[in-house]
Design a binder for this molecule. Structure first.
Ligand code: COA
Length: 185
């Protein structure tokens, strides 16, 4: 059994500037617009979808992540916005207990407004203090300065540069944030 405190119902997180909530069918058009941005998709390591029809299996993958207790992917919704502008997620490591990988994408029209940093901070805080994670990590492309800056602002520290391999031919950088020593799981 997972030592994580994963709730039965999908957790909604709220702060003044934005809400992190469960993804639903209404998020598919925003997902398609975002995922069709080839440069952003490349930076996030995601494939560019051929049609919006792929939104249905995309949504099902996000739902199944939570159902199988393999992770949580939230829709990022700024206060007052009728639609989501991106997603942020924690994917639990299948090999190491209480470790999760952070992933985040914000749609280009909303870049540089602080939404990504706030959403990442909320997800990380929830992961450490509510779920009971010991570590949140992220691997980003060396050539992705916005992502590196976001991770640093969200409290993650650069651990090491990962040289290219056959499986990952680009230089990546590993970031991580560890549970503070004084806070028990
Ligand atoms: C990375 C990403 C999520 C950032 O989202 P965002 O909402 O724009 O983030 P923020 O507004 O919180 O800004 C993050 C920081 O990066 C900085 N930044 C943005 N673009 C930058 C660039 N090209 N070079 C250097 N810093 C940059 C911002 O200025 C900000 O730092 P500051 O507050 O000190 O000025 C967004 O750019 C994105 O979705 N990119 C494509 C997908 C991706 O790269 N995902 C991450 C993969 S792990």
């Amino acid at each position: 059994m997972s030592p994580l405190r994963i709730p039965a119902a999908f957790p909604t997180l709220q702060e003044e500037s934005l809400t992190l909530r469960e993804l639903d069918e209404e998020d598919i058009p925003a997902w398609f617009a975002r995922a069709s941005d080839a440069e952003a998709a490349d930076l996030a390591g995601d494939p560019v979808p051929e049609s919006i029809d792929l939104g249905v299996p995309w949504l099902e993958r996000q739902r199944s992540l939570f159902r199988k207790q393999a992770g949580i992917r939230w829709a990022i919704v700024p206060s007052g916005s009728p639609v989501s502008i991106g997603t942020v997620g924690l994917t639990f490591s299948p090999r190491e207990e209480q470790v999760a990988e952070l992933g985040i994408v914000v749609a280009r029209p909303h870049w540089g407004m602080g939404f990504g940093t706030t959403a990442a901070r909320m997800a990380v805080r929830y992961g450490i203090f509510e779920l009971g994670l010991n570590e949140v990590r992220a691997e980003v492309l060396q050539r992705n300065p916005a992502s590196k800056r976001l991770l640093e602002k969200a409290g993650l520290k650069m651990i090491r540069v990962l040289p290219p391999t056959e499986a990952e031919p680009e230089v990546m950088v590993l970031y991580a944030l560890f549970r503070p020593a004084q806070s028990a799981a």
